[in-house]
Design a protein around this ligand. Sequence first.
Ligand code: ADP
Length: 152
Amino acid sequence: MKRFVFPGSFDPMTLGHKDIIERVLPMCDELIIGVGQNSEKNYLFSLDERMNFILETHNKEPKIKVLSFQGLTINFCKNVDATAIVRGLRNPADFEFEKSVAQTNRRLSGIETLFLLTAADYSYISSSIVREIIFHKGDYSSLVPEAVKNSR
Ligand code: ADP
């Protein structure tokens, strides 16, 4: 049973996240989307909102589960008996950061991280850019799935 975990903040979900989810789905039997909730982070959207955006966007996909988690991703992966972690890579900065996290995670838990390269059309999209546009009351509708549009 290939059970992958795609962890993130999803604050909010973007078309970049949706694309990674759709592309990795055929490679696994179950995809657990782990929505992080860490007390030191200031989220724009509540945990419920962040989880619901994903549930609404993928409500026809039985292989997808959306769960929240706190603390270390590898502990969450162990709790749900995951076989691999999925992450997206957009640029060299992502690579440098993700490399050390993935190597540490493998050293500590033996769990592999699978990387999917961002789609050319979405490589510039990030949740932080969407939050910035929201903050300045701009139109972010072309960067997010239907469920996130008009949410702020
Ligand atoms: P985190 O705070 O854990 O980085 P994010 O919600 O920002 O959480 O991102 C979750 C995952 O989605 C990360 O692996 C990130 O690289 C990936 N991701 C975000 N935006 C994109 C995008 N536009 N294309 C591909 N992957 C993306």
